[in-house]
Design a protein. Structure first.
Length: 115
């Protein structure tokens, strides 16, 4: 399914990469919190194409106390930094995952939960 991603004011903050090659960012303007957790948009710029995808944005729910996250939506892009054709996926049965499995998300959580 091919759709256009919505445009919002974005204030991307770069954090340490999940690998030396990939760059990880989170959108300061997208941060919202409620009783279920902290919600934020995260973007990863891949150093090389992953099956035709050069970047992705993920809408993530984080639990700062339990150090877990859940992905609610991902948007895959054919170009870097969220540009080019966009492919939106909704993650209906989002699994709760420990952030310790992903150094990029550990770095995002440290930044987001400190606010």
């Amino acid at each position: 399914m091919l759709v256009a991603a919505p445009c919002y004011s974005e204030d991307w903050e770069r954090v340490s990469s999940d690998t030396e090659a990939n760059k990880v960012y989170y959108d300061l303007d997208s941060i919202e919190s409620n009783a279920q957790g902290v919600y934020v948009w995260i973007m990863v710029d891949f150093s090389t194409s992953v099956m035709g995808v050069f970047s992705k944005k993920s809408h993530v729910q984080m639990d700062c106390d339990k150090k877990t996250y859940r992905i609610h939506q991902e948007i895959l892009f054919e170009s870097s930094f969220g540009s080019g054709e966009a492919y939106v996926t909704d993650v209906i049965t989002a699994e709760i995952i420990p952030v310790a499995k992903d150094q990029g998300l550990v770095n995002v959580m440290n930044g987001v939960c400190a606010l």
